[in-house]
Design a protein around this ligand. Structure first.
Ligand SMILES: [Zn+2]
Ligand SMILES: [Zn+2]
Length: 151
């Protein structure tokens, strides 16, 4: 989903009106792809463009868009729920690599887990349809700094 016309279509299909507030929130998320903004950061960015918008409206809109699966909310155990637009072409949601030192969140596009899904399905009589994986470690910058410190 890349076009705002698709966005308004999905809203209408779900019985919601296409309002400017909803458009603003979705636009900010589209413009900040890969940044995994939290709700407060999203509110600040929307407010920069449209000072009249209230924080409650932004938070409500995020919940609504998540319910409609237009955006995805992810918790990285840092006390914030972070949001990103769901790209239409993704069969599985991408995985996240989280640096324990600086907190940077990188995205990993390869899936690699389809065989594991088959195995889980077979062994447990459980039909797996999706999965979420987070990898914790150190990004290349932090790794370099750690190596320098250790020398
Ligand atoms: Zn790092
Ligand atoms: Zn992501």
């Amino acid at each position: 989903m890349k076009e705002l016309s698709d966005f308004s279509k999905v809203l209408k299909e779900n019985g919601y009106k296409f309002t400017n507030q909803r458009k603003y929130v979705y636009e900010v998320l589209m413009e900040n792809g890969g940044k995994h903004l939290n709700s407060q950061e999203i509110y600040e960015l929307v407010k920069n463009k449209y000072p009249d918008i209230g924080v409650a409206t932004v938070y409500r809109t995020l919940t609504l868009l998540e319910d409609m699966e237009l955006i995805d909310g992810v918790d990285f155990e840092d006390g914030f729920r972070r949001y990103e637009v769901i790209k239409g072409e993704e069969e599985h949601r991408h995985h996240h690599l989280i640096c324990l030192e600086c907190g940077i969140i990188k995205e990993m596009e390869e899936d690699l887990l389809e065989n594991i899904e088959d195995e889980i399905s077979c062994k447990n009589h459980f039909k797996v349809i999706d999965h979420r994986v987070k990898f914790y470690g150190y990004c290349s910058d932090c790794l370099e700094k750690r190596q320098i410190r250790e020398q």
